[in-house]
Design a protein around this ligand. Sequence first.
Ligand code: NAD
Length: 494
Amino acid sequence: MSDFIVNYTTSKGLVLKLQTGLFINNEFVAGENTLNTINPATEQVICAVQAAEGKQVDAAVDAAEKAYEQVWSKTTPQERQRLMLKLAELIDRDAEELAWIETIDNGKAITFSRYADVKGIAKTLRYYAGYTDKIHGKTFGTPGALSYTLHEPIGVTAGIIPWNFPLVMLGWKLAPALATGNVVIIKTSELTPLSALKVATLIKEAGFPPGVVNIITGYGHLAGEALARHPKVGKIAFTGSTNVGRLILKAAAETNLKKVTLELGGKSPNIIFDDADLDKAIKWAHRGIFFNQGQICCAGSRIYVQEGIYDTFIQKFKQYTSKGVLGDPQKETTFQGPQISQQQLDRIIGYVNQGQKEGATLYHGGKRIGNKGYFIEPTIFTDVTSQMKIVQEEIFGPVVVIGKFKDEEDAIKLAHETTYGLAAAVFTENVTRAARISSRLQAGTVWVNCLLELEENTPFGGYRQSGIGRELGPYGLENYLQVKTVKINLNREA
Ligand code: NAD
C-alpha cells in the first residue's frame, strides 16, 4: 500500500498523504499507465496516479463478481448498514484532510469543500444506510394463488463520475448500490482522482470485504469505455456530459444491455417575476450560477427577468456579483476559485468571444485573471436571444445570460427553448403562480424561491436530454434493484 503514497504539503503547511494506486480487491495496485493530476489554482502537477485500462477494469470486475457471489450476497442488511455508517464516521473523522485534498485537486474553495463535498458524501451514506433493512417487495392475493415480488440486487454495478463534485458524486453512486446489496466499481474523473482514493483507504479501514467496492481512475475512452462495454457489469450509473452519456447508452446497447441511468448536462432557466423579493432573488441567482465556479449541471445559467424589474435587476445583480472574492481556494474568504483545467478555461473564453460575436452585451467580466491558475471573472451577458450559442449550450463555467420576459406564457416559452430539462427556478411571492408554473416546466427539479438546494432525500435527474432515471431519495434505490415475481399455486388445476 505504501508504494503508492505521495506526500503533498499545502500552502498552509498541512501534509496530505495522497493515495495514488487503483483500489481493487481492497489493495492499491498499479495501472497500465499513470496520469498526472494538476492543481488548477497553480497549474502544478500534484502527483501521478495509476491509470486503469481494460486489463485493470477486468480485474476490478472479477474482484467485484467474486465478492458478490462469495460474501456480499450473503451479508445481512444490518451488517451492510453497520459498514456504511462506519464509513460515514471515518469520513467525519478525516473530514479536514478530505476537504483539503478536494481543494487542491479540484480548485474549489476550502469552505465549500468542507460543507458541500465532505459533508455531502457522509450524509448520503447515512441516508441510504437507513434503507438496507427496508427493501422489500409486495404481496398479491389472487384466488388459488399467492404472488409476491422480491426486490433483488443486480450484482456487479458500476459508476462513472465527473470532476465537478468528486466526493458528492462518489456518494450518489456508492451509497444506493451498497444499500441494495450490490457490489460496485467506480471510475473517477481523470481530472480529480484523489479524494475518492482517500475514501478507498477508509473503505478498507471500515472493514468492507475485499472486492465489494473498487475505485479506479483512468481516461474515459479507455477505463470508462471498458466498464461501459463490460459484459459482467449489470448496471451503470453515469454522471457527465450529454455527449458521453450517449456513448454510454450505445456501449450498453451494443454489449449486454446493462441497465443505464444518466445524469447529464443542463441549461437551467431561472425565472424572476416582478413580485419576487428582489434582494433575496439576487442572492439566490448569484449562488445559482457562480457557486463552484459555475461548474454545476443544474446551475441557473439562463436568468429571465420580468420586464418591469429587468433594469434594476441587472444593475443590482452586477453589483452583488462584483463583491464575490475570487482567488486562492485555500483561503477561507474565497468564494470563487479556478476552473478545473486549461481546456475548460479555453472553452469558456471561446463562449465569451462567441457571445460578443453573436451580438449579446458583455455586461460584466469575461476576462482571464492572472497568468497562473485557470481563473476567470464571473461573467454576465445581457441582451441575449434564444438562438445564440451562449443561450443554447452548457458552458459549465461562471457565465450567465440574462433575458427579459413579459408574462407567464412568455417565460415558459423561453424556458423551453433548449434541449435540456435538468432543473428550473421560479422567484415569486405568489404561491398559485409558483405552483402553476412549476407544473408546466419541463424539468426534473423546480426550485421555488431558491436554487441548487439538493437533499439526499429528494430525487434528482433530468427531463428531455438531461438524463434518464433518478438518483437520491427512495427513487434512487430502484435503479439498483430488479423485481422478481414469485407465484405459488395454492389449489389451481392445470
Ligand atoms: P464528461 O462527460 O467529460 O466525463 C464524465 C466521466 O465520463 C469522466 O469520468 C470521464 O472520464 C468519463 N468518460 C469520458 N469519455 C468516456 C467514454 N467514452 N466512455 C466512458 N466514460 C467516459 O463530463 P465532465 O467534463 O467530467 O463533467 C461535466 C459534465 O457533467 C457537464 O456536462 C455536467 O452538466 C455534467 N454533470 C451532470 C450532473 C447531473 O447530476 N446531471 C452532475 C455533475 C455533472
